[in-house]
Design a protein around this ligand. Structure first.
Ligand code: AMP
Length: 404
């Protein structure tokens, strides 16, 4: 083993994996452009408090998964574990609320969580997230889910979009009470973490993966039965819109998400084949105000780019590669031919390997070239190049344009 290794859960993105990653990234970005989202580049490091206040003290992310550290002045900072907290901080700090009645932003970049690495789960991973600030309308929730659905459809992903409403300041407290009371009656079947959560953060017990906990909450009261009029109306309007848009969804009354800031709509797209969450999001109507901004309802989602990349299987098409093979002392001419081809928009690899024609053609094959561009003394003298189709072996003499 070499002395230098990347950290556990921190991976290099390269080769085919990178191509799939890039493909997903461009697909999502293209989609967000169609919906007129504006890009924002956020810092990777923020004050720890930004995440603690927004994501919530009692969440797994804040309690166990933060890469937090002190800077030289002893201030507590953290590598961002997700994008919404920073986006909200930026929205307030840059007074974006003063510019437009509502604001649509997206970001892309690495996120950091100290989780146990496994397939599709890293300590540094990438998200593309979109946020809409300034509208309470369920139409916005519907559009957010529509984007998610369209992205997944284009990847031919077998996924199910699960939705739920987790209420608001009015209806959640009585529900929490009812849930805590219920959880006390089944405490004997709950794992230790859930017993601890039962009072402080009872909603999280609903999505515990421990089988006995899952069984114990089956009969638990459901948030949807406790929604106030406003939340119930909001949720039913959202479902109406999803039906109108022919977006299949499943209501999951136990879907709560692991972050504290959500209100009303929460959703998650889970891959049926891989059994992992691919895209998740929801509404967070109080967060902007809680972080010092004016009252501003908001809703958003985040895509795990590595996770979605797992779904890209079909060969990705690239522009055909032209491998330029100089033979003999014709480097000057080869440089000019490469320049001419690239100026026509062609993807050109000028061979740096000094070897005979046979070896060079082997290299062209290995690099997946569609064409070899042969350039020797004869070609230079006649101001042309010989184009060889690597598959058929067919050769063609092509004159260089007079501009060269
Ligand atoms: P969250 O911010 O927890 O709502 O996660 C949003 C999406 O980010 C998930 O649906 C995953 O696709 C992705 N994600 C979250 N954690 C990780 C991780 N540790 N490694 C890779 N992707 C992740």
């Amino acid at each position: 083993m070499s002395e230098f290794q990347s950290l556990r859960g921190f991976h290099d993105l390269l080769g085919e994996e990178f191509k799939r990653f890039k493909y997903v990234s461009e697909l999502v970005r293209g989609k967000l452009k169609l919906y007129n989202f504006e890009e924002i580049v956020l810092p990777v490091v923020e004050y720890l408090e930004v995440f603690r206040r927004s994501i919530g003290e009692a969440t797994d992310i804040v309690q166990k998964e933060m890469f937090a550290f002190q800077d030289r002045k002893g201030r507590w900072l953290a590598l961002r574990p997700e994008g919404t907290a920073g986006a909200v901080r930026a929205y307030i700090q840059n007074r974006l609320y003063a510019l437009k009645p509502y604001t649509k932003l997206f970001y892309e970049g690495p996120m950091f969580r100290y989780e146990r690495p496994q397939a599709g789960r890293y300590r540094q991973f990438h998200q593309i997230g979109a946020e809409v600030f300034g509208s309470i309308d369920p139409l916005v929730d519907a559009e957010i889910i529509q984007i998610v659905y369209e992205i997944l459809s284009e990847l031919n992903a077998k996924v199910i979009i699960e939705i739920n409403s987790i209420g608001c300041k009015v209806c959640r407290p009585p529900y929490k009470e009812a849930l805590s009371t219920y959880l006390r009656t089944v405490a004997g079947h709950l794992c230790e973490v859930c017993i601890d959560r039962s009072d402080r953060n009872p909603l999280r017990v609903l999505d515990c993966k421990v089988p006995t906990c899952k069984e114990a909450v089956k009969e638990a009261p459901k948030m949807v039965d406790f929604l106030c009029n406003e939340c119930r109306e909001h949720y039913s309007k959202l479902k109406e819109y999803l039906t109108l848009l022919s977006i299949p969804y499943r209501e999951n009354p136990h879907l709560v998400r692991g972050l504290d800031y959500y209100t009303k709509t929460v959703f998650e797209a889970v891959s049926e084949e891989l059994d992992v969450a691919l895209i998740a999001g929801g509404r967070y109507d109080y967060l902007v105000e809680e972080m010092g901004g004016p009252p501003t309802p908001a809703v958003g989602f985040a895509v795990g780019v590595e996770r979605l990349s797992l779904l890209v299987r079909e060969g990705l098409t690239e522009d055909p590669l032209y491998m330029l093979i100089p033979f003999g002392d014709v480097m000057d001419y080869a440089l000019l031919v490469a320049k001419a081809l690239r100026s026509e928009g062609k993807r050109v690899e000028l061979s740096y390997k000094r070897a005979g024609l046979k070896k060079q053609l082997e290299l062209a094959n290995r690099l997946g070239a569609k064409y070899a561009v042969l350039v020797g003394e004869e070609e230079r003298a006649g101001n042309f190049y010989t184009l060889k189709d690597m598959e058929t072996g067919h050769q063609l003499k092509i004159e260089l344009s007079p501009a060269m």
